[in-house]
Structure formats: structure tokens, C-alpha cells
Design a protein around this ligand. Structure first.
Ligand SMILES: CC(C)(COP(=O)(O)OP(=O)(O)OC[C@H]1O[C@@H](n2cnc3c(N)ncnc32)[C@H](O)[C@@H]1OP(=O)(O)O)[C@@H](O)C(=O)NCCC(=O)NCCS
Length: 154
């Protein structure tokens, strides 16, 4: 892939269709609905922040954040098209998310990740997240989530 043609920009309403299609491919067990994306975008910029990775052929990645200035933040979602994974896009999107966390003055960031998603867990550890607990059946019966946190434990 020619990384020169990648543009990072805010998620627009018109991206929701493409994001939902990617969602079904990446999270077949519990994809976000179009309505969930609309509801999330309604919170931008007061409590939400969303960014997409775009090429001339369309969007192929997105990241979302819940963050009230000064409060704890939550990673809402992170996704990169399977055909574009391993090219540094996830890292770029996530670095932008953490910069937004910084701008909003949030001391801690939390996220949930599927227990079997070891690759994503490794990815988050590289950004100084650590596992703090397990939520049993978070994604449905038999599908646990690991809760990870970045920042102090107070
Ligand atoms: C997790 C995810 C967002 C990472 O995005 P990505 O664009 O593939 O990641 P990057 O190319 O920026 O790589 C960042 C790190 O991920 C890991 N990684 C990337 N490609 C990898 C591969 N093929 N195999 C194993 N690890 C890999 C590496 O640790 C890499 O670090 P490095 O640059 O030091 O090698 C992406 O894999 C994804 O969308 N997965 C499916 C959805 C998902 O699990 N989202 C998270 C839900 S909580």
C-alpha cells in the first residue's frame, strides 16, 4: 500500500455506512449497528472523538473515544481493514486517540478487549495499557473481556 495517500480525518455522518460494513467483518459476533454509530457521533465533540483513516478508495480504519475533560476516558472502538493490517495504521490512529486524551486532560484511559484477541492485547501493551480485570461473558456467554487501563491506579 502507498502510505502517502492515507489521510487521517474526523469521522463524518457519511462514513457510517462504510464503517458499519467494516464492523461486520471485524466484529461478526457483536457489530455496532448504524444506530450505534449515529448515537456515538451525536456526542462529538462534547464527550466523543472519532477519526478515520482514508485512502482514495474509501475509509479502511477508524478509532473512537469517550472522554469528558478531566475525567476518565474509554476507548470505544478501534478497527483496521484486515487487508491493511500490519501497515502501521492502527498505531497511527491510536496515537491520535491518545493525543486527544492528553488534550482533554484525562488522567486514565480504560478499554475492553476480547479475551481471545491476543494480538490487540499485545498492541495495547505497547501503549502502556495493563490488564486490571476480567469481565465474564461481556461479549456473550463464554466470551470474556479483559479490562485494560493506562494511567495511575488511584
Ligand atoms: C488491533 C488493530 C487495530 C491493529 O491495527 P494494525 O494497523 O494492524 O496495527 P499496526 O500495523 O499499527 O501495528 C501495531 C502493532 O500491532 C502488532 N501487529 C501488527 N501486525 C501484526 C501481525 N500481522 N501479527 C501480529 N501482530 C501484529 C505489532 O505489535 C505492531 O507493532 P510493531 O509495529 O512494533 O510491529 C488491528 O489488528 C485490528 O483492526 N484488529 C481487528 C479489530 C480489533 O481487534 N480491534 C481492537 C478491539 S479492542
Amino acid at each position: 500500500m502507498n502510505t502517502n495517500v492515507i489521510n487521517m480525518r474526523p469521522l463524518h455522518w457519511s462514513d457510517i455506512g462504510a464503517a458499519s460494513a467494516l464492523e461486520v467483518r471485524l466484529f461478526p459476533r457483536d457489530p455496532w449497528s448504524v444506530e450505534q454509530f449515529w448515537s456515538e457521533l451525536a456526542g462529538v465533540p462534547s464527550t466523543r472523538w472519532y477519526e478515520v483513516a482514508e485512502s482514495p478508495t474509501g475509509i479502511f480504519g477508524y478509532v473512537g473515544l469517550y472522554a469528558v475533560p478531566g475525567g476518565d476516558a474509554d476507548v470505544q472502538t478501534l478497527a483496521v481493514d484486515p487487508e491493511q493490517q500490519g501497515n502501521g495504521i492502527g498505531r497511527q490512529l491510536f496515537a491520535d486517540l491518545l493525543a486527544e486524551v492528553e488534550r482533554r486532560g484525562c488522567p486514565r484511559v480504560f478499554l475492553e478487549v476480547a479475551a481471545e484477541n491476543e494480538r490487540a492485547q499485545r498492541f495495547y501493551k505497547q501503549f502502556d495499557f495493563e490488564r486490571i480485570s476480567v469481565r465474564r461473558d461481556y461479549y456473550g456467554p463464554g466470551f470474556d473481556a479483559h479490562v485494560m487501563r493506562r494511567g495511575d491506579d488511584s
